[in-house]
Design a protein around this ligand. Structure first.
Ligand code: NOJ
Length: 581
């Protein structure tokens, strides 16, 4: 009898170790069912923006240039960031747009070179300080909670020229000085800080615009970014927390890597490895054991040995540094837009847009082995080959992070959004039904994460307030709830239809049964799970061919995993009863 219990216990433990971190969302009917209800009181609903993408005024008020100003002024590029959406001058309008959308929070970033033009605290730009003070005060006067990102990719160009950027250890101290200045100057009113936005993106994909085919500089950059994050968190913890009572987190992005076959250990392992290279690279030192994921250390070593490199380019943290890194976050911001299906393979993968494997096969994870990355049949394209409609990725990733890292602090969905390809000079189509579908479904998944999975999720930030400068793509990939007229110097903003819908979700704090948008969501639900709903994101502003049709009544069926759990529990109870003496 004891042996029987031990077997069950060991099987359960094994199952938890290898599969418990993956939610079983394979029953598509259950997975995609609409759920009504509200988010917890005090939930933050907002939009997110970034300084370079909206501020403009690139050399106004004694601001120094950033690496993005440098890049966008190269002869082959268009300097869209010079004016961007002109938020340097129109910040009051930005705040009113939040008020008009019934939002209670705004996530924006501070431009480091606007405060410290050469990146160091030897010169402090008072115009920059005034700008952020005005913006924060305006938010406060309108009852909107600021969530401030210290670094959304716009490194002071002078730090790049003088030190080569994040690859240089000096940046850790430079960042600490900058963070300390922000906490001192704005911390009486800002209670939510994040240090870095999406380190994977600006390290792996951008690399400070360095030429680094060997990826050695990128591993070093990441090392310094993690050290700088930990330093800023400790600075706040030691010198500001008791007086200011705020919290400091980090925003980590990841595509959600879902095992192709949940019951195949090799696929589960491949998906775990994918997540460790994408998410764990930055998360494991901070919310895990203070170090890089074991699998990453091993694979980088092995893959480099195959190339006759005897020294791994992945730097090592000392024991002291590991202790210092560990636990350095009060909350976790997650940016998640999309998902991929991951399976185990021995074949080398070819980087090609049609393979949808840009993250794993196009040089951004050069040492990850044994992974095939693709999208599922029938997934819908959303404006770019990176983004495929997969709202359940929200539940998948939140559950994964909580289970894998035994993470118990709060989460915020710090960016969730949909873009459409569009030529900035075309007439806008403000009837953005695809974006309405997107927020109906993705926000509903946030509700499911809380209600069905018990995740401690405290905020949802739409990317983004208004069409802005999508980095190298300029304004031609538009994610806004408001349209921005980039042909006009005043950058007039006009609400799209999705602004009203998102505002209603925020005002009602989710999907309570009696809300008007819930009736509409139920009617649109089926259509929102069809390719046709998102087709306009591919072609630019083209009217959908069919109007959303009412769907048959959608039940709020319990999710698959709770059914499965009840089933397993039932079988165990019967077995135990049957086997008992
Ligand atoms: C993530 C980045 O944080 C943001 O700057 C970017 O515009 C969006 N994703 C959309 O690509």
């Amino acid at each position: 009898m004891t042996a029987f219990y031990w077997t069950i216990f060991l099987l359960a433990a094994l199952c938890r170790k290898t599969g418990g971190q993956f939610l079983d969302l394979k029953n598509i009917t259950a997975r995609d069912a609409f759920l009504s209800g509200t988010l917890p009181d005090g939930f933050l609903w907002g939009t997110a923006t970034a300084a370079f993408q909206i501020e403009g005024g690139w050399d106004s008020g004694e601001k120094g240039p950033s690496i993005w100003d440098w890049y966008s002024h190269l002869p082959q590029n268009v300097p869209w960031g010079d004016v961007a959406t002109d938020s340097y001058h129109k910040y009051k309008e930005d705040v009113q747009m939040h008020v008009n959308t019934s939002l209670n929070s705004y996530r924006f970033s501070i431009s480091w070179p606007r405060l410290f033009p050469d990146g160091t605290n030897t010169t402090i730009n008072q115009y920059g300080v005034d700008y952020y003070n005005n913006l924060i005060n305006e938010l406060q006067n309108n009852g909107i909670e600021p969530l401030v990102t210290l670094y959304h990719w716009d490194l002071p160009q002078k730090l790049k020229e003088r030190y080569g950027g994040w690859v240089n250890d000096t940046l850790v101290e430079m960042f600490e000085n900058y963070a300390r200045f922000c906490f001192t100057t704005f911390g009486d009113r800002v209670k939510y800080w994040t240090t870095f936005n999406e380190p994977w993106s600006f390290v792996a994909a951008l690399g400070d615009f360095n030429n680094d085919p060997d990826y050695t500089m990128k591993y070093k950059m990441a090392h310094n970014v993690i050290r700088a994050h930990a330093r800023a968190w400790h600075t706040y913890d030691d010198d500001f927390r008791s007086a200011q009572n705020g919290s400091v987190g980090i925003v980590i992005s990841s595509i959600w890597g879902e095992p192709a076959d949940l019951h195949n250990p090799a696929d589960r392992q491949a998906a775990t490895n994918y997540m460790e290279f994408f998410f764990g690279w930055f998360a494991n030192p901070i919310i895990g054991n203070g170090d890089y994921p074991d699998v990453m250390k091993r694979m980088v070593r092995e893959s480099r040995l195959k190339q006759n490199q005897t020294v791994s380019p992945l730097p090592e943290f000392t024991e002291e540094e590991k202790m210092y890194n560990k636990g350095t976050t009060d909350f976790l911001g997650i940016n998640t837009y999309t998902a991929r299906i991951i399976s185990a393979t021995n074949e080398t993968q070819t980087c090609h847009p049609d393979n949808h494997n840009f993250a794993s096969a196009c040089g951004f994870m050069p040492d990850l082995m044994g992974v095939k990355e693709t999208v599922g049949p029938g997934w819908f394209y959303m404006g770019s080959n990176i983004f495929w409609f997969a709202p359940w990725n929200i539940r998948g990733i939140l559950h994964f992070v909580r289970e894998r890292y035994r993470y118990t602090k709060p989460f915020y969905l710090s960016e969730v959004g949909i873009g459409e390809t569009y030529k900035y000079h075309s007439p806008p189509n403000l009837n953005d039904t695809w974006r309405m579908c997107f927020y109906m479904t993705y926000a509903n998944e946030a509700l499911k994460a809380v209600k069905l999975d018990g995740v401690d999720l405290r905020g949802f930030y739409a990317w983004t307030l208004m069409d802005n400068v999508e980095w190298g793509s300029g304004p031609d990939l538009a994610f806004g709830l408001y349209h921005t007229n980039f042909t006009h110097p005043s950058r007039k903003r006009t609400p799209k239809r999705s602004q009203g819908l998102y505002g209603s979700i925020a005002r009602e704090n989710g999907f309570p049964d009696n809300a008007i948008h819930v009736r509409m969501t139920r009617e649109w639900w089926q259509w929102c799970h069809m390719d046709e709903a998102y087709a306009p994101t591919r072609h630019g502003y083209v009217e959908p061919t069919n109007k959303p049709a009412p769907c048959p009544s959608v039940s709020t069926a319990p999710a698959a995993q709770s059914l499965m759990f009840t089933g397993i529990l039932g079988i165990l109870v019967v077995l135990v009863a049957f086997c008992s003496p």
